[in-house]
Write a protein that binds this ligand. Structure first.
Ligand SMILES: Nc1ncnc2c1ncn2[C@@H]1O[C@H](COP(=O)(O)OP(=O)(O)OP(=O)(O)O)[C@@H](O)[C@H]1O
Ligand SMILES: [Mg+2]
Length: 367
């Protein structure tokens, strides 16, 4: 793959103000051609603003956006390509399909604007409708469709002209949970098949984990971390990402010692008297640094006895049966651990247990 494909879309030092509010605060990222990147973060962190800036629906205050050799927006070079020249397909939360048109007419619309030959329009529309599973619905009015079908129509319309970029802004958030889960997989399959470079905006972390090739975690107009889903989940770079993605036990601590290959010992005695734990340190962490120890609930193991005296003593406060696992709250010192156990361990409220941390899955992160 050449570097042009690696950096297909480039967002460079993008800044966007609304009045005295800095919605996007100098973010930079690039996307590989054909890949699926998600902007994930809480409400108000600047996801939509970033997307709108790429689409050309916002003027920006600083920075540059380009796709391939084409500069879409550059403050410095005083370039602003109008939205209709950017060759971008968009799918929003509100389906934004035309109610007075049939599914087929909705999907054909972008091609009609381009004045394509009727036969070609027909062929391409039929192909896309088949891809999104709406062939049977082609002649139905948009108003006769379910939410999921309307969103498939919107998707078909966005991809029918084979745009350079696809932008999604929370497209599934109006659907009920079951349909949302089904559409995640479906949407990813379709994106994969058409291979259009996509940016997907959501505040739903499980959606991001399921669908993305890579995730950018944002907060307050900035990028906190960019990584593939597994790395964002298992190697969060800081406390913010740890608590935003999934569930984590987070304990304040101080680095006691550094060993080779990124390992070390962290004192967590402010939470649990006299306790320190072995964990993975990031390269810049030094002895004496304040850190936060992050452990996923599925990475804490529990035993009834403490044969090698390495366990952390605790008491089960709650054990909630979830079917395939038991969600436990276990207190040791002033800290309440969240621990996922197997039902056959048969933990019950009031049980005295010992917790064991795996140094390979115990992470020191930046506060
Ligand atoms: N048109 C606008 N006028 C004024 N302020 C705006 C406008 N659009 C966004 N903002 C502000 O910019 C910030 C970022 O908003 P943005 O819509 O990008 O957030 P978001 O991450 O998409 O959030 P959500 O998950 O709620 O959609 C917020 O503080 C918001 O109030
Ligand atoms: Mg938004």
């Amino acid at each position: 793959m050449n570097t042009e494909d690696k950096n297909y879309l480039v967002v460079d030092q993008l800044v966007k103000w609304f009045g005295s509010d800095r919605a996007v605060n100098g973010i930079s990222f690039s996307i590989e051609k054909g890949s699926f990147l998600t902007l994930l973060g809480p409400s108000g962190c600047g996801k939509t603003t970033t997307l709108m800036s790429i689409a050309g629906l916002h003027a920006i205050d600083a920075g540059e956006i380009r796709v391939g050799d084409t500069i879409y927006t550059s403050r410095e070079k005083k370039i602003f390509l109008p939205p209709e020249k950017r060759d971008i397909g968009m799918v929003f939360q509100s389906y934004a399909i035309w109610p007075h048109m049939t599914v087929k007419q909705n999907v054909a619309y972008p091609l009609e604007i381009r004045k394509l030959h009727a036969d070609e329009i027909d062929e391409r529309v039929n192909k896309v409708l088949e891809l999104v599973g709406l062939s049977e619905m082609a002649e139905k009015l948009a108003t006769q469709l379910s939410g999921g079908q309307q969103q498939r129509t919107a998707l078909a319309r966005a991809i029918v002209s084979n745009p350079r970029l696809l932008l999604f802004d929370e497209p599934l958030s109006n659907l009920d949970l079951k349909l949302r889960e089904q559409m995640r997989v479906e949407l990813k399959r379709i994106q994969n098949e058409v291979g259009i470079t996509s940016i997907y905006v959501t505040h739903d972390q499980s959606e991001a984990l399921v669908m993305s090739d890579e995730i950018i975690v944002m907060s307050k107009g900035r990028i906190e971390q960019r990584d593939p889903p597994l790395a964002v989940y298992s190697k969060p770079v800081n406390e913010y990402v740890s608590q935003f993605i999934g569930v984590a036990n987070l304990l304040k601590g101080k680095v006691l010692s550094e060993a080779e290959s990124g390992k070390g010992k962290v004192d967590i005695s402010t939470s649990i008297t006299g306790l320190s734990c072995d964990c993975l340190l990031s390269s810049e962490m030094k002895k004496g640094d304040e850190v936060v120890v992050s452990v996923r609930p599925e990475n804490v193991s529990v035993s009834r006895d403490n044969t090698d005296s390495s366990g952390i003593e605790g008491k089960v406060n709650a054990a909630i049966f979830m079917g395939n696992c038991v969600d436990c709250r276990i207190t040791s010192g002033s800290y309440e651990w969240k621990v996922l156990t197997h039902p056959r361990e048969n933990l019950n409220e009031g049980d005295r247990v010992f917790l064991h941390l795996d140094p390979e899955h115990t992470l020191a992160v930046t506060p």
